[in-house]
Design a protein around this ligand. Structure first.
Ligand SMILES: Cc1cc2nc3c(=O)[nH]c(=O)nc-3n(C[C@H](O)[C@H](O)[C@H](O)COP(=O)(O)OP(=O)(O)OC[C@H]3O[C@@H](n4cnc5c(N)ncnc54)[C@H](O)[C@@H]3O)c2cc1C
Length: 383
């Protein structure tokens, strides 16, 4: 996404842009395919949600969007329950009188309609709320985060990781709370194809930019890629790879996706996403038949179902050879900051960007905002 957004903004301003993509398709991790009358997201379910109107205005130039409110089911003690944890989940997991008492305490402490964090509950001075926090942590957060991040104690991760999933003091069972929640009506891939459809943009798929392809001479303000001269490189890959792992490898988490076609069954898989916090080695299963009706497509008797296994990124591994998530530990952060410092001398010629370049947990809207501001900064630097 980052590369597509920057490319389009610069092309609209009269720059010739060449996009190098190591995969055989555009759209990065948002890539999807239309199959069985729905869209299948090849790299995990991608739900667009934002409260930033600028992102919506920008993306709407390249696609229509269809409202979609994401719901997630978690299998807890063998039962399907709505997450994030809400007053509704509380009613379904606790005896009636206890649920009422805890609901009253939650409403008194945080206010009806609000949301809080798992940390706030775990640190609550009220022993009932603290105990409830322990229950929610054990049943929803602990096992899922251990598998996802490969750590024994997820509370040691950067707090932003667990804070991504709120605890709702309401009956709202939507996964997100943003003003705009929607899916590109013709899929993400088509959205990015439309964005790159510009006479000044040349797309080269299956072309990986390796360090050996790039030659940078800062004193002469010259940069060559494959012996051709370019004014600037916006590099959306891993920052440590770009620096030839000078200080060692940054840790990333990877994912292995197992897809299969099964008979459509919304009774067993009531939502697009089902989480398995405490059982199995996988974290979640996505059933893409749920997107058919959202996108105005006719249902199909079969569904594409993709099971997601997390693992440590290892370029030589069979299943975990793609870096998907930065790891949010303090040592990884320190290492990243060294790399950030390392690339500073090149910034007149190279901008390291995107999720893997900034080593951040960017959602699509974050990536889009960051890309728009990088493109604007570049444009203002050359006038
Ligand atoms: C499993 C998963 C689920 C997600 N779910 C959501 C969600 O529900 N909602 C949401 O808003 N966001 C979600 N995201 C985040 C979303 O994917 C990103 O915000 C978005 O893709 C923007 O990322 P990006 O532009 O940094 O890079 P990417 O989309 O990762 O694109 C970078 C591209 O650069 C290419 N590349 C890398 N290095 C090189 C190189 N050396 N040479 C050539 N090409 C190279 C890669 O192949 C890739 O295609 C999810 C991410 C993952 C991994």
């Amino acid at each position: 996404m980052t590369g597509c957004v920057i490319s389009r903004i610069l092309a609209d301003q009269g720059f010739d842009v060449e996009v190098f993509e190591r995969r055989d398709h555009v759209g990065g991790n948002c890539h999807d395919r239309c199959e069985l009358n729905s869209y299948t997201h090849q790299y995990g379910p991608h739900l667009f949600h934002t409260s930033d109107r600028r992102v919506v205005d920008f993306l709407k130039n390249y696609s229509d969007f269809t409202p979609y409110f994401h719901k997630v089911t978690a299998i807890i003690d063998g039962a399907p329950l709505p997450v994030p944890f809400s007053l509704r989940t509380l009613q379904l997991t606790h005896p009636h009188s206890l649920a009422i008492r805890l609901s009253e305490k939650l409403i008194e402490a945080f206010g009806f309609g609000s949301q809080t964090t798992i940390y706030a509950l775990l640190n609550s001075l009220d022993s009932d709320l603290k105990e409830l926090g322990g229950y929610i942590y054990q049943s929803i957060f602990l096992g899922y985060s251990q598998k996802q991040w490969g750590v024994d104690d997820p509370l040691l991760l950067d707090k932003g990781v667990l804070n991504r999933v709120p605890v709702r003091i309401s009956n709202n069972t939507n996964y997100f709370d943003d003003t705009y929640q929607m899916m590109p009506t013709y899929g993400y891939t088509q959205l990015f194809k439309n964005m790159l459809d510009h006479p000044r943009i040349a797309l080269r798929l299956n072309k990986s930019i390796e360090l050996t392809d790039v030659s940078i001479d800062c004193s002469a303000s010259q940069m060559l890629i494959d012996a051709s001269q370019y004014a600037h490189l916006f590099y959306c890959g891993m920052i440590d790879q770009f620096c030839d792992y000078t200080y060692g490898r940054l840790p990333y988490r990877s994912l292995h996706f197992e897809s299969k076609k099964v008979a459509t069954n919304h009774a067993d898989r009531p939502t697009l996403q089902t989480n398995y916090p405490s059982n199995f080695d996988f974290t979640r299963i996505a059933d893409y038949s749920h997107l058919s009706s959202v996108l105005g497509l006719k249902g199909h008797q079969e569904s594409m179902v993709i099971t997601e296994y997390p693992g440590e990124y290892d370029p030589s591994s069979l299943n975990f050879s793609q870096a998907f998530y930065p790891l949010f530990t303090s040592s990884a952060r320190t290492l990243y900051l060294r790399y950030e410092e390392h690339v500073k001398p090149y910034r007149a010629l190279v901008t390291i960007c995107g999720r893997l370049g900034h080593y951040k947990y960017y959602d699509m809207d974050d990536a889009c905002v960051a890309a728009i501001s990088i493109a604007k900064r570049f444009l203002s630097s050359i006038v």
